[in-house]
Design a protein around this ligand. Sequence first.
Ligand code: ATP
Ligand code: MG
Length: 568
Amino acid sequence: MAKYTMRFTQFGLTTLKEVPADAEIVSHKLMLRAGLIRRLASGLFTWMPIGLRVLRKVEAIVREEMDRAGALELLMPAVQPAELWQESGRWDKYGPLLLRMSDRHDRDFCFGPTHEEVITDVARRELRSYKQLPVNFYQIQTKFRDEIRPRFGVMRSREFIMKDAYSFDLDQAGLDESYARMHAAYTAIFERLGLTFRVVDADSGEIGGSRSQEFHVLADSGEDAIAYSDEDGFASNIETAATFPEGTRAAASEDIKKLATPGIKTIQALCEFLKIDPQQTLKTLVVEGTDCPIALVLRGDHELNAVKAQKIPGVASPLTMAAPETIVRVTGCSPGFAGPMGLDIPVFFDHATLSMSDFVCGANAADMHYTGVNFGRDIELPDSVDIRNVVAGDPTPGGNSTLSITRGIEVGHIFQLGDSYSTAMGATVQTPDGKNQVMAMGCYGIGITRIVGAAIEQSHDDAGIIWPDALAPFDVVLVPINMHRSEAVASASEALYDELQAMGLAVLFDDRNARPGVKFADAELIGIPHRLVVSERGLEAGELEYRHRRDDESRNLKREEALNLLKE
Ligand code: ATP
Ligand code: MG
């Protein structure tokens, strides 16, 4: 085995006591403090030596499991010609996330945010016959997405490393098998990484696609909300978890009244003013449409779901809230008093609104609301649509149980693309009976860099990172006490360092001339699983002090005992 030094003094590592101001969540703070990454510019990070060791471990596990699943590794260029994106239709669709550039001949290129176009080009050139199928190509490579709000360190950066895989099959049945194989490989990967995760149904986006699931590492800081019911075996990203028309509506008991509500522009202010619950109010949101603005009406306490709303015919995608001037034009009053009655634009009511009676809503007049409003009497009973986020307690699609909500970090995404790219780009093969057929494609991503942050979100304490064994940058940290004054400690530590390395362990030898407290704090911050302390007193007793990163206390072990423990 190639041996290289892992002495602290030669590792060029600096840890920080202070928490950098722009770091919002714990993984970002700890990665900066432990010296795993350093920021270059917004959403751009350098992986420092210790951070890179962790990153490589993630990569190695992903690579092993992809190989085991029969996928073939290749490496595509990061820079891609615009022509390919024009062929697929995404040059115009992808929007500002796409980093565009041109070369010295004024030819357009982009820095790849993903590689469907390039791989489909490879496939249409290389794959001629059904005999070459199924095949699944993957790479581990740098992507760039010009995120509107890079944050959380490497979890939402602009440049990041992704494992992306693309399967090619003759037909849907083949694609189902390739997809199932990736599902199993991903499950194996996240189990080996030692992460607590959940597989959830996901939105399949704009470009075709029938089936799509995400792998989420569960953590409170996760950007995604997940709706699930273990009883019903249901789990879905809240983006796509469906709501359903509700049953009954109580009869009207109040008369409709127009009420002065001066300066009351939010649901919260309205509820305080009228001493009512948000459930008794309607909110009317005006959004941009393809032909004219569109009003979306929800119960006051519910949240609009952008992914669902932008699928309504006539609603602009991506969902865009109307500008104040537009709201004034369509409602005839300043924002804050919009209501569904008397609007001249299309109005869509969320399912949940139809079970409300005697509710309050804006009157489309400055400083005015209606109270005691009822469907069937004041508003003609409309059809309803699903445009809100589910909330805890909503029924599951089966209707047998109710949903709970938890938060997750999307670390993987598997996706049945079907024939959208292969049709657009003419990727066909010959079938057994000599016809040409477009191939069925799947794509499968894993956020390699994001996983490092997600692992820390899931496992840390006040002192620092607690790596799952599979990700730890070192197995053991060796801490000599007073090595620079004690010849006995120095020689015993050097011998131990060699012996541990010979056992195949990755050992960080803290050979700094620093106080024990400093060394212990750094070892805990970096999150190394096992710690061995060599001291003069210990040597006299033939003992080493051992502590696991998760233990509360250290214990003294005979040298042999300690080595045996590490061997296991
Ligand atoms: P998100 O919804 O988080 O923006 P996405 O759905 O756009 O991600 P995919 O196109 O599915 O991302 O990419 C595959 C994987 O790449 C994601 O599951 C995620 O782990 C990772 N990833 C995507 N965007 C970023 C980013 N900006 N920084 C780090 N990792 C990312
Ligand atoms: Mg995704």
